[in-house]
Design a protein around this ligand. Sequence first.
Ligand code: SF4
Ligand code: SF4
Length: 457
Amino acid sequence: MGQSEPKILRMANEMSSFKWEDAPQEDLYSVCVHCGFCLEVCPTYLETGDENESPRGRVYVIKEADKGNLELDEAVTGPVENCLDCRACETVCPSGVQVGSLIEQTRGQIYFQNQEMTNQSSGGTPAKRTLEKLFLRGIFPHPKRLRSIGKLTRLYQRSGLKYVVDKTGLAQMLPKHLQEMQAVMPSVEAKFALESLPPVIEAEGTRKATAMLFTGCVMDVMFSKINKATARVCTKNGIEVHVPKRQVCCGALQVHAGDRVQARKLARTNIDVFFQSGVDYVVINAAGCGSSMKEYAELFRDDPEYRHKAEKFSESVKDISELLIQVGLRPPQGRVERDITYQDACHLCHAQKIRAQPRQVLQSIPGLNLIEMSESDYCCGSAGIYNFTHPDMSGKLLNRKMGNIPSDVDGIAVGNPGCMMQLKVGAYRQGMSLEVLHTIELLDLAYQKEESRVERY
Ligand code: SF4
Ligand code: SF4
């Protein structure tokens, strides 16, 4: 398969409404036994009570479209686009139906169909598609452009312009969700981790492993301090950190939007960079990116050149909490006197099956009181860019989440930047004085308190 990846019509099933390459596979949907166990955990079904908005309903319409009994129209695209891709259904499914993969592959078909319709249309491109294309192809894959946007945002935050916008009510002209996002946006750092961290940072003490720090796209612009904290925590635990400058966005948002061609382009670069680095692992602190990179093998299932490399790569990807426990976490000595609850990011607990390790990290911190919340693994409504594309459903899920935050905590720990932003919006909306932190920030703080010193990078 070449780099340009021409859209190839599938010949295997001429009746199918999925007419392009990389279509949903029969062996994925045919294992559904219609038991309905998944219904009681699916947020969109629980909110609507509509079978079409359930995992079982979605698997059914995908199957019917592949059999040619349904067109690739609203009856299919609606339920597929409304899915959060949260994978809660996969956790409870006794047949192991990979609903997330089916949804993402079907979105790939919708993406191709939309492209064809756009090419045939004389009426111009709908705004949503133009915006998606701008961000998913024009901005996220280009680190320099992202950094420029980050620097402009920092200027906006520090020049007083943000203050003026807030005070004069100009912010009110933005859509509500954007208003809230800009109100809770973290301060953008002067230097991003990818540009400021040295290419190799030695492990402290005996070296137990080597790992490429994956800095991400939006993650490094909005939360570069978490990337820097991740590097510090790794070295404290005997992990030598490599920061290859050629790494790019993981492609998760592109996969969620159905742009699998662009996602593969990005994935190839990351796979090549990893093998050139010669490290043991790829370490990552963003659950959505980690989950996506662990699924590169599936993305390249029809690519004889990259399939094997992608499998090797995916096996090497580790969430930071997973890697720390695997190599043997060094318990910190510094105290962090906080009452903290923990939110399971969907792409950590459902997609990567990582639940115990982040809790073990938090419980290792002296002084930290971990208070569990109800429904900690229920989606907060962030789901990539779902909070922008489906603000109503996202808002309902966020309200439910905030209602489950224990009243006696002063902070929420979570392992995904999208959830962090969503929970910040939730706290802002409800006037709650809660700090939203990445799990690794708390561990880093405990290590720093051992020495009462400031950050080195
Ligand atoms: S739990 Fe699995 S097998 Fe049962 S209906 Fe849902 S997707 Fe199908
Ligand atoms: S991924 Fe989430 S929203 Fe989608 S069908 Fe499964 S449980 Fe429902």
